[in-house]
Design a protein around this ligand. Sequence first.
Ligand code: NI
Length: 553
Amino acid sequence: MKKIVIDPVTRIEGHLRAEVEIDENNIIREAYVSGQLFRGIEMILKNRDPRDAGLLAGRICGVCTNSHFRGAITAVENAYSLAVPKNAEIIRDLIAMALFIQDHVVHFYHLHMLDFVDVVSALSANPQATTQEAHKYHSHPFRNAHAHYEAVLTKLDTFVKAGRLGPFSNGYWGHKAYRLTPEQNLILLSHYLEALKFQTHISKAIAIFGGKTPHPQTLVVGGVTSVADMLNPQRLNDYLFIIKEVKEFIHRAYLPDTKLLAIAYRDEIKAGVGRANGNFMSVGGYAFEGELQLFESGVVYGHDFDTIHPFDEHQITERIDRAWYNEAHEIEYTDLNEDGTLKTATSHDKYSWVKAPRYNNQTMETGPLARMAITYKKGNPLVQSFIDEFLEATQLEFIDLSTTVGRNAARAIESEYICEYIFKLIGNLIQNIKYYDTQTWTHYDFNALPLQAKGRAFLEVPRGMLSHFVSIDEGKISNYSVIAPTTWNASPKNYDALRGAYEEALIGIKLEDPKNPLEVLKVLHSFDPCLACAVHIIDTKGKELSRFKIGNG
Ligand code: NI
């Protein structure tokens, strides 16, 4: 057995380390995935006014700001049994939905795509052939003119000649695991550049109701403060205009690009590359019309989608056997050698800052794949056509979605699905306003609220299921706890020795070139890791990790 250490794995969003053990055929037999960034926002939240929980929890992560803000506000509302007006819920959903789309597009093009796309190969593409190639995946491909591809090629060529590959400088160009033709590479790179513009547009949409982004600031306990934006037709129009624009990109670029990958990487998909243990979980949510909601809740074991169990929050436990905490959940960092260098993981030591959540004593995968699969298999009529169409176009089966490429497909399908939903959601809001229902905040007297209370929030956010738990004593927060989507997926082992989704998905993968372990990066990136979210205290002193020996002598 040989050990390979990859550190860091993520391009942004915190520090993830992967250690894999490979046999003589370069096949991965064991994996240890470790969260390397210690966070502690929960400690900062202690003794604070519960009304500030949202603002503080929003700082858990610079990417998932709105998700934690809303999680905290919702947990406090739950503790005080405060109902939120319908319109406030819609506005919160409009912010959240725009964030789903933003996260998915940024993840695919800017955090993950270069695991599939060889930049250098694109330089030899024929622009005319590229135009024809794009037509295989959509009848009106996004920016598909011959001249446009010429311009992209000139831009790329300038970068390469000047030796300034910029964001493209760290790839494994020429690696055998790359499968795309020069023309296919050029299509995706063209969309990589277009997606940069997309980012600025969708950020504006979030800011219309959120005040700003990242870190929207219009959510308050009991409702929202962006009532003026809700009543101003121009603002609603601006929001809708942006969504229409981004929908074009999703429909004509993003979704076709995932189809292109699904067809080009068919062998890999059929071999089940990147598949975890098939345990999926979704808490559902986002009210739609009547009883319908955007996402269904449920739990699936071992890919048995014919038996979807109801989600039960009491089945959740959190263990720290192999995480750097002691039984009192204090820090117990033991990952340094005598000389201060990092130890590598062993079969019995602690090796991660991420705690190990379990559902019914099992590790679980959460995220867009879990959400889309459970929603589809529970027969939600809203999502059926979106998934059927994708499977039809790519000639894949449902089980094929439980792979590295499938996770990306699930995100693209979800983005398209959400765009449809947003238009209807705005319609519901306008309908309410027409009937003079303009309430966006539930009045309460803070001084009359109970001094002691407990609350929690479960919600689906872009990366999966998020839960916040708050305890209030003498009117102040006495305890706070978060389980983020990445906490589930990046779970370390326990004394139960079960692998989390990241680790399980790596087992059995063959590395073409152990010195350039592109295959490992590809699998881990497909989960859209957010380590800032997964672990909770920031090391403000930078690299002085040994400081965390403080506290246990
Ligand atoms: Ni995050």
